[in-house]
Ligand binder design. Structure first.
Ligand code: S3P
Length: 429
């Protein structure tokens, strides 16, 4: 079914575990495939994006086997030199992380590969990774001078360099670190603001030297020892349920075993500023990543300003934070978020359109949105082929009186195929 029907309002109660973090899962698969020996990744993310990365490393000759429980995989790495030239096109599907990290990964391999993706991914900018990878020594060509998939890459001998990134992008930073692990000398990446740091944490946890000072990260050529990792729950997936619990009546919801990486849970600070009753309870640490429980209870929300260095830390949560803003008293302004326009869809346009469809005053800006909170009404909403827009629309529908229909629901499979089943678990009366 490509439509999801919600009859709101619905209270959310109880506890839930969301699937493994998507960003950590991609990195674990890439690094395990290049590691020396067999690695084990537990609680691997279940969506189509991570399946694209798995298929990519398998196409490079890596054996990945499922074991019980189902979300545990064993990855037989043969070192960087064990990776082989693929015989077919590497299909990255809808996954920007597969494509960008994949380019950095392949930049140092002495063979040819072609990366392609779906219509959405083929529109997304790749020059941001292609140009610095060319500087390191990789040969990359493709549409728009190499800005768009399909891209052809011939990797080879790389020499480390220093990069000052124009945007705070963890994908670009990681692509360069993956290339830097295969380059002679030192590769140094300077970000203009803090971005998610899963790569740095994972490398350090498995014993690969990484140095960090402020927003500068440095790596040199290194082999990767085999490792085991328990991937914590994805906070970006948890955010949908947490916001739903805040805006739906009589709700109290606990998300357990979720990543508490500070570069990923800044949305909790934003929600607290809006008056949300959200509690964070630390649990432990796995492979350098802190995890724990987040609890949310029905709250009266007010508007806020989200801007500047906070933006890269909440970039994937902005669609659902916009929904929280739609249910809040007063104005919420999102600034400095031009990156939102080049995600799976133009999320500035898509979110503005869907909020307007709910009767909420929303204005699209070049670098964000202005939202005047009000009383959203149920209706027909669209996913715009974007998993996070689809889930944000469901969250809004949960807070509205009456029946809503979310069209293009299948997009949810990109990051959270179990979303509907999990929603049923916590909305049982
Ligand atoms: C990601 C980084 C972010 C985020 C994306 C996943 C990652 O993209 O939006 O969903 O895993 O590194 P950018 O780093 O390009 O902003």
């Amino acid at each position: 079914m490509n439509e999801f029907v919600v009859s709101g309002p619905l209270a959310l109660r109880g506890h839930l575990r969301v699937p493994g973090d998507k960003g950590i899962s991609h990195r674990a698969l890439f690094l395990a495939a290049a590691a020396e020996g067999r690695s084990v990744v537990r609680n691997l993310a279940t969506g189509a994006d991570v399946a694209s990365t798995r298929a990519l490393v398998e196409a490079l000759g890596t054996r990945v086997t499922d074991s019980e429980p189902k979300s545990e995989v064993r990855v037989q790495g043969g070192g960087w030199n064990g990776l082989r030239e693929p015989s077919g096109v590497l299909d990255c599907g809808n996954s920007g992380t597969t494509a960008r990290l994949g380019l950095g990964y392949l930049a140092g391999r002495p063979f040819h590969a072609v990366l392609a993706g779906d219509a959405s991914l083929s529109r997304r900018p790749m020059r941001r990774v292609v140009e610095p990878l060319r500087t390191l020594g990789a040969h990359i060509d493709g549409r728009g001078g190499g800005d768009h998939l399909p891209l052809s890459i011939r990797g080879g001998e790389l020499s480390g360099a220093r990069f000052e990134l124009p945007v705070a992008s963890a994908q670009v930073k990681t692509a360069l670190l993956f290339a830097g692990l295969q380059a002679s000398g030192t590769t140094e990446v300077v970000s203009p603001a803090r971005s998610r740091d899963h790569t740095e944490r994972m490398l350090r946890a498995v014993g690969v030297p990484v140095t960090e000072s402020g927003q500068t990260v440095r790596v040199g050529a290194a082999s990767i020892p085999a490792f085991e990792v328990d991937v914590p729950g994805d906070p970006s997936s948890a955010a949908f349920f947490l916001v739903a619990a805040l805006i739906a009546p009589s709700s109290e919801l606990e998300i357990e075993g979720v990543s508490l990486n500070p570069t990923r849970i800044a949305f909790v600070d934003v929600l607290r500023r809006m008056g949300a009753d959200v509690e964070v309870v630390p649990g432990g640490e796995s492979c350098g990543e802190p995890w724990g429980t987040i609890v949310a209870r029905t709250s009266v929300l007010g508007g806020t300003l989200i801007e500047g260095p906070e933006i890269p830390l909440v970039i994937d949560e902005l669609p659902v934070l916009a929904v929280a803003a739609a249910f809040a008293e007063g104005e919420t302004e999102i600034r400095d978020a031009e990156e939102l326009a080049v995600k799976e869809t133009n999320r500035i346009g898509a979110v503005t359109q869907e909020l307007s469809q709910m009767g909420v005053e929303a204005e699209a800006r070049r670098d964000g949105l202005l939202i005047r909170g009000g009383h959203p009404v149920a209706g027909r909403f669209k996913s715009h082929g974007d998993h996070r827009v689809a889930m944000a629309a469901v969250v809004a529908a949960l807070g509205c009186q009456g029946e809503s229909r979310i069209q293009g629901w299948r997009a949810v499979g990109v990051s959270y195929p179990e979303f509907a089943d999990h929603l049923a678990l916590v909305t049982r009366s």
